[in-house]
Design a protein around this ligand. Structure first.
Ligand code: TXA
Ligand code: MG
Length: 332
């Protein structure tokens, strides 16, 4: 049985929060909100509970989880903080995940997929923070069936996990809509593993940040820089065509071609180039990032093909393009 608890971030109902925290403590699964996307959480110290995450999500065992903590003290108990980590940790709570050398032997192997490093973050969401405080660190991947767009609304969570988890906390639509930025600090320098909701420029202001081509998902990397990066991702079941070049011309042409073969075409773009019924307009990158996964999931149900206009790769655009390239069946 799944209980759905509506918890408002501005007025946190302690009774409901306790129900969720007790579930975590008992080794059950709880879907909880963060500022980026919803997380599928279990106690980071409970190997059986963490195993359930992999089962329910259909996640390969070699893809480690992020451990969510409520404060620096918990973080320092779990991982080794070098000078660069101490500088970047000042940004927390934030949509930023740091990969550090693992210190806490009590964190089970299943969480880190046997690696000697660990991904860790303090989320900027009051419900998440209160939940962690009440139940200790929580291991959680994004709340979605492996390979599909991350869940950002209650609807998505119900579609994927109703009946499979003990508790779903609903705190409304996720504020950022794209996952955290992941930076590896375990090798003595800062390397961007996954662009995310914290723009890379904010990190580069503090430390020198290496951005490998894999972080842009320019080509399907043969050797993954983070274990999760080698899998197809964020993908609806219908084809996704991302248009990077000669946008107006190509979008119009592709839409026409599909319409002629009587297929339902959906478009996500800065303007309605092709006069389509299934159309979502993004106004800013922030707006695009917040709704991208929701739009992909929505159109997955309604259309036969989704065309998406590319954006420039700075600020949030870097994360948007990373997700789009991974979701794409074709890039033009
Ligand atoms: O915003 C987010 O980061 C969300 C919310 C729930 O916090 N979480 C999230 O988790 O996106 P997930 O599991 O979907 O993505 C985590 C990524 C995976 O690609 C995984 O391979 C990588 O982090 N990762 C985890 N531990 C790692 C490690 N020790 N070294 C390198 N990569 C790691
Ligand atoms: Mg994920």
């Amino acid at each position: 049985m799944t209980i759905i608890l509506k918890i408002n971030e501005r007025y946190i109902c302690k009774k409901k929060l306790k129900v969720a925290a007790d579930a975590i403590k008992k080794g059950q699964l709880v879907v909880f909100p963060t500022e980026t996307v919803y997380g599928l959480g279990a106690s980071a110290y409970n190997p059986k509970a963490c195993k359930k995450i992999f089962e329910v999500k259909g996640r390969p065992a070699d893809n480690p989880l992020i451990v969510h903590v409520a404060n620096i003290k918990q973080a320092k108990k779990i991982a080794e903080f070098n000078p660069i980590a101490r500088k970047l940790a000042k940004l927390w709570p934030a949509p930023l995940t740091l990969v550090l050398r693992k210190k806490d032997k009590k964190i089970p192997k299943i969480v880190t997929a046997g690696l000697d490093t660990i991904a860790i973050r303090i989320p900027r969401h009051r419900v998440a923070l209160e939940l962690i405080k009440a139940s200790r660190p929580i291991a959680a991947p994004s709340a979605n069936i492996s390979g599909t767009p991350s869940g950002t609304t209650l609807r998505h969570i119900i579609d994927d996990f109703f009946g499979k988890v003990s508790v779903i906390i609903d705190s409304g639509i996720a504020r950022y809509g794209l996952e955290s930025t992941i930076v590896d600090l375990s090798r003595g320098k800062a390397i961007l593993l996954r662009p995310g909701s914290l723009p890379a420029e904010k990190i580069s202001k503090i430390v020198e940040l290496e951005i490998p081509p894999e972080a842009k998902a320019l080509k399907k990397a043969k050797k993954a820089i983070a274990p999760g990066m080698k899998y197809r991702h964020y993908s609806p079941s219908v084809p996704v065509i991302v248009v990077e070049n000669e946008k107006e011309k190509n979008i119009k042409r592709i839409a026409e071609e599909y319409k002629q073969s009587k297929l339902r075409v959906a478009l996500i773009a800065s303007k309605n180039y092709a006069k389509l019924r299934l159309f979502k307009k993004f106004k800013t990158e922030r707006h695009f990032a917040k709704h991208l996964f929701a739009w992909l999931r929505f159109f997955d149900k309604k259309s036969d093909v989704i065309i998406v206009e590319a954006v420039k790769e700075h600020g949030l655009g870097l994360a948007i393009m990373n997700r789009l390239r991974k979701a794409a069946t074709k890039i033009i």
